[in-house]
Design a protein around this ligand. Structure first.
Ligand SMILES: Cc1ncc(COP(=O)(O)O)c(C=O)c1O
Length: 458
């Protein structure tokens, strides 16, 4: 019998996170204050985040120690297993070897608790009583709810309305872990109310939900805001994944030629690939692919520009690939990939040609998810299906070329709470959304007056 899974013992759990800022060929340009347009300092961020996270956000240290209290809880689900997808390989008749890292084994079902745990911990030791956040498909909101419960913190989640209606079970998970969850836009905040005044039927977006959660945190001295993706400290916490994977690939005796992850705000992708990007910076030849939906093509069609992280323009301006903070994507089922921006770290590495972005249409992603379920058994989150679609493309390319490539991807989460999406696909109710150039141009008009990064390309 061939080895299917590679486990690491708990004693092999990485004791440090990897900070790619220390190895970037082009350093990130600073976030800018939304009012003054000047670089923000730690004090500007203090009303929203606790100081230890702000320090990590700007850190240039290559390795950052993981506190013992976090390690003690990481072992609830970590290290996660690395799988070899023999059945998928056989089905595709590819000479490629396909590996996947299974982040769906966390109690919340995805990679999101890797940073939720760290953020809850640093808030707890900084005296925060209540954390506010947004969530798209509900994976992030449920992960943070669980981790707030572990550290005795209150948690309030604004969930993008379209997903709130599509995925009631995610809301119930959050409530089971003791959090509250409301549909965004909501009437609880000025930001939500202003959107509803313009469009009472707004399906919501991550940008709007972020505005609501930030506003709620700023209004309460005992509350802080927490973001599940995009920011540097979130990418940092997620690197525990890639660091484990490197050890597991060494045990397998292989090294990836192609590395793939889906990217919404960039965190599961970054966490999985950044330790390998470091290898690439030092000369390894790896094709590192970030996958997004064609209906929210931030990396493939959005310029690298300064933009707000939220719709109502409360957050600092970040240098990133963006479709404009007012962009509201089609209500596709991969709710976690419906974000107008992309992590500045991922965006900068795209600019430096270390990461290659690819966009795939919705129907292809569900077809890929079905193929994966019928071969490897696991039912994937719709976000994860985006990665699988490109794994299949790459495995078929390897077949055409007759090359025995090693393909590695991040299986970012399971889709067991997303069955309504699979039902819609299986009953032929889903469609691909073509996104017209003028729709993007209209959304980008809003960012024209904003400052431009040095590498701005319109
Ligand atoms: C399973 C899963 N994968 C991927 C993502 C995309 O987010 P990120 O790019 O931060 O990993 C999400 C976001 O909700 C998710 O739930």
């Amino acid at each position: 019998m061939e080895v299917k899974k590679i486990f690491l013992p708990e004693s092999e759990l990485p004791r440090q996170w990897y900070n790619i800022a220390a190895d970037m060929p082009t350093p990130l340009e600073p976030p800018l204050h939304p009012g003054t347009g000047q670089p923000v300092g730690p004090d500007d961020l203090a009303p929203i985040f606790p100081m230890p996270l702000i320090e990590q956000e700007v850190s240039q240290e290559r390795w950052i120690d993981i506190p013992e209290e976090i390690l003690e809880k990481y072992v609830y689900w970590r290290p996660t297993p690395l799988y070899r997808a023999y059945a998928l390989e056989k089905h595709l008749e590819t000479p490629a070897k396909i590996y996947f890292k299974n982040e769906g084994v966390s109690p919340a079902g995805s990679h999101k608790p890797n940073t939720a745990l760290a953020q809850a911990y640093y808030n707890k030791i900084s005296g925060t009583k209540r954390i506010t956040t947004e969530t798209g498909a509900g994976q992030w909101g449920s992960a943070l709810s669980m981790c707030c419960a572990m550290f005795g913190l209150e948690c309030n989640v604004w969930m993008v309305k379209i997903s709130f209606n599509q995925k009631p079970y995610r809301r119930i998970m959050m409530e089971t872990w003791g959090a509250t969850c409301v549909a965004s836009p909501s009437t609880l905040t000025k930001a939500g109310q202003s959107i509803l005044d313009q469009d009472p039927d707004s399906p919501g977006s991550l940008g709007i939900a972020i505005s609501e959660a930030v506003e709620a945190a700023v209004m309460d001295d005992n509350a802080k805001y927490s973001l599940g993706s995009v920011l540097n400290h979130v990418m940092l916490h997620q690197t525990i994944n890639g660091l484990e994977t490197q050890k597991q690939m060494a045990i397998a005796g292989d090294y990836p030629d192609v590395l793939i992850g889906c990217a919404g705000g960039g965190s599961n992708f970054a966490g999985h690939v950044f330790p390998f990007v470091r290898d690439k910076i030092h000369g390894k030849d790896i094709d590192i692919i970030a996958v997004e939906p064609t209906s929210c093509p931030t990396m493939t069609r959005g310029p690298f520009a300064y933009d707000f992280g939220d719709t109502v323009q409360m957050t600092p301006l970040l240098p990133m690939h963006t479709l404009g903070h007012g962009f509201v994507p089609e209500p596709i089922h991969a709710g976690g990939l419906r974000y107008h921006g992309m992590a500045p770290l991922v965006s900068q590495l795209i600019m430096d040609n270390l990461i290659r972005p690819v966009a795939v249409p919705q129907l292809e992603t569900f077809q890929a998810g079905i193929t994966f379920a019928r071969t490897e058994g696991f039912i994937s989150a719709p976000e994860t299906d985006h990665a699988i679609a490109v794994v299949i493309r790459e495995a078929l390319k390897a077949k055409e070329e007759g090359k025995e490539k090693v393909i590695l991807f991040n299986w970012s989460g399971h889709g067991l709470v997303d069955m309504a999406a699979y039902e819609a696909y299986l009953s032929g109710k889903l469609a691909d959304h073509a996104l017209a150039e003028d729709q993007i141009a209209r959304a980008l008009k809003e960012i024209e007056p904003l400052p431009k990064p040095k590498q701005y390309r319109g």
